[in-house]
Write a protein of this length. Structure first.
Ligand SMILES: [Fe+2]
Length: 193
């Protein structure tokens, strides 16, 4: 499914991602290749319609740009308003994130081997427009992100599953308690109403 307002540059990028997915089972290689491709797309520049960059008041929002029929690729425009962020969470798939505008702060954690053990924090980084990071591979996918800049942060997020329908974990880093959640696409919320 390609969003009607998806920029052509992202539609082309989605096709390139699909080709790369078909050509390798190596997640490390795949995410590096997709990170390089996304860097080029951001460097070349494209117009993301205002409707796909709009923050919402209550919490961050992820607008679907592309979701494959085969549940092997989804691309979203993720928008954090000023001071919005996520809990510590996992993805249960690989992911690559590039910043379109604004800035995102990310703190990574070691993926715990079992529940109930406090999490170990790893690196913290601030990502700016044009920067791309491999946010996750299945064995290393736990982080927290937030916007401590003074304008909304818009990122292009690429995942190896349908991230709006995939069950994944959130963590209490102090206790190691885990709970499962689904991000849900805003369009799915509309259907539920
Ligand atoms: Fe994440």
């Amino acid at each position: 499914m390609l969003a009607t307002q998806c920029p052509p540059e992202i539609a082309e990028f989605a096709e390139r991602c699909r080709e790369r997915i078909r050509n390798t089972d190596d997640e490390q290689r795949l995410t590096q290749e997709i990170a390089r491709d996304l860097t080029q797309v951001l460097d070349a520049g494209f117009d993301l319609p205002e409707e796909l960059r709009r923050p919402q008041e209550e919490r961050y929002i992820m607008y679907p740009l592309y979701v494959s029929e085969d549940d092997d690729l989804s691309i979203a425009s993720a928008v954090w308003n000023v001071a919005q962020g996520t809990p510590v969470h996992g993805h249960e798939t690989w992911g690559v994130v590039g910043i379109y505008s604004g800035q995102e702060t990310e703190r990574q954690y070691e993926k715990p081997q079992r529940e109930g053990v406090p999490l170990s924090a790893l690196d913290q980084a601030v990502w700016s427009p044009g920067q791309v990071t491999v946010c996750c591979t299945i064995d290393d996918d736990v982080h927290q992100v937030w916007n401590d800049g003074d304008v909304p942060c818009v990122g292009i997020h690429v995942y190896g599953r349908d991230i709006g329908r995939l069950e994944r974990r959130s963590y209490d880093p102090e206790t190691g308690d885990q709970s499962w959640f689904v991000s849900t696409w805003p369009t799915d919320n509309d259907e539920e109403k």
